[in-house]
Design a protein around this ligand. Structure first.
Ligand code: THU
Length: 138
């Protein structure tokens, strides 16, 4: 599926709107994500923190897990909105990589301004992928 400018805009807007539901009472760093599947559906996500700090989860992983739990495994793009265009953490890069290195990543700020367009492959060079588990040992 070809990502058009209109789709980019819609995805960023969805992430921006979702961001209001972020539960970030500890870091005060609200994150919204919106994930577009090959079937054309969009799953949003927000970061959800916890008083037991390590038990919180990032917005990107919430979006991916929502999608996968509904049978979606092929993703076109994910938009991430933060106050300042922050980039996905290492764990989110790894979870995105599981479902495709070609997934486009759009980073936008709190005004919905697109600051960077990149891909999972670019964000996680040399990723460990399912193929490593399935190929014959060398
Ligand atoms: N956070 C995300 O939601 N996505 C990322 O990729 C980076 C970090 C969240 C986790 C935590 O709730 C807050 O931002 C500060 O780290």
């Amino acid at each position: 599926m070809q990502l058009t400018d209109e789709m980019r805009h819609e995805l960023v807007q969805t992430a921006l709107e979702a961001r209001r539901w972020a539960y970030a009472p500890y870091s005060h760093y609200a994150v919204g994500a919106a994930l577009l599947t090959h079937s054309g559906k969009v799953y949003d996500g927000v970061n959800i923190e916890n008083a037991a700090y390590p038990d919180g989860i990032c917005a990107e992983r919430v979006a991916v897990f929502k999608a996968v739990s509904e049978g979606e495994r092929e993703f076109v793009a994910v938009a991430v909105v933060t106050a300042n265009g922050g980039s996905p953490c290492g764990s989110c890069r790894q979870v995105l990589a599981e479902f495709g290195l070609e997934t486009i990543v759009l980073l936008a700020n709190g005004d919905g301004q697109l600051l960077l367009e990149t891909s999972v492959a670019q964000l996680l060079p040399g990723a460990f992928t399912p193929q490593h588990l399935h190929s014959e040992p060398g």
